[in-house]
Design a protein around this ligand. Structure first.
Ligand SMILES: [Zn+2]
Length: 168
C-alpha cells in the first residue's frame, strides 16, 4: 500500500527506517578477482561476519539515530572492524539469550554510512545485544556530525534523504 509522503508529497510504498550495507568497506578494497581467495564471507551462512586475509575481522552492527518527534529511530546496518578476540566472543555468544553483562569493546567503521561521507574509519563503541539482535554501534568522536545525529536525532526530511532520491 502506498502512502502520500509528508516530506515530498509523492506516493511511496513506505519510508524505510533501515538501510543495510551488505559488505564492509574493506571488502571493496580487495580486487574482485582476489576476493574468493582472500575474503571469508558467505551471506548464506552468516551475512554479519567477514574476515579478510585471515587478519582483519569485521562484524555488522546497527548504528541508530533517533527520529525527532517520533518514538522510532533510523538504523543503518553497517560494519565495524574489530579485534579478532572480540569477533570470536561475539560468535561464541551468538545464541545467548542474555549478554547484558558482556563488556562493550571498540571498533572502527568499515565503509561508514552512505550519507556521512567521512564516516569511514570512525571509532565506535560496540555493544553486544541479547537475543541475537545485532550489536549497537555508537560513534566515539562527539564532534563528528554522525555522533551529533546520534545525540540529537534527525528529522523525517533527513530520513527521506537517507533512503529516497531527493524530491525533484
Ligand atoms: Zn517523499
Amino acid at each position: 500500500m502506498g502512502f502520500k509522503c509528508s516530506v515530498c508529497g509523492k506516493e511511496h510504498d513506505a519510508l524505510p527506517r533501515d538501510m543495510a550495507h551488505h559488505r564492509p568497506g574493506g571488502y571493496f578494497e580487495v580486487p574482485p578477482d582476489e576476493r574468493n581467495k582472500r575474503i571469508w564471507f558467505d551471506a548464506g551462512v552468516n551475512p554479519d561476519l567477514c574476515v579478510i586475509d585471515g587478519s582483519k575481522f569485521y562484524l555488522r552492527g546497527v548504528l541508530a539515530v533517533p527520529i525527532q518527534g517520533e518514538a522510532d529511530e533510523f538504523r543503518w546496518g553497517t560494519w565495524a572492524q574489530v579485534e579478532e578476540e572480540n569477533l570470536r566472543r561475539y560468535y561464541e555468544l551468538w545464541n545467548e539469550a542474555d549478554v547484558s553483562n558482556e563488556p562493550s569493546f571498540r571498533g572502527y567503521l568499515s565503509g561508514g554510512v552512505r550519507d556521512f561521507a567521512d564516516s569511514d574509519g570512525l571509532e565506535v563503541i560496540v555493544e553486544l545485544q541479547s537475543n541475537n539482535q545485532r550489536p549497537r554501534l555508537t560513534v566515539v568522536l562527539e564532534t563528528h556530525p554522525l555522533a551529533i545525529a546520534q545525540h540529537n536525532g534527525v528529522t523525517l526530511e533527513d530520513v527521506h534523504a537517507f533512503v529516497l532520491p531527493t524530491p525533484a
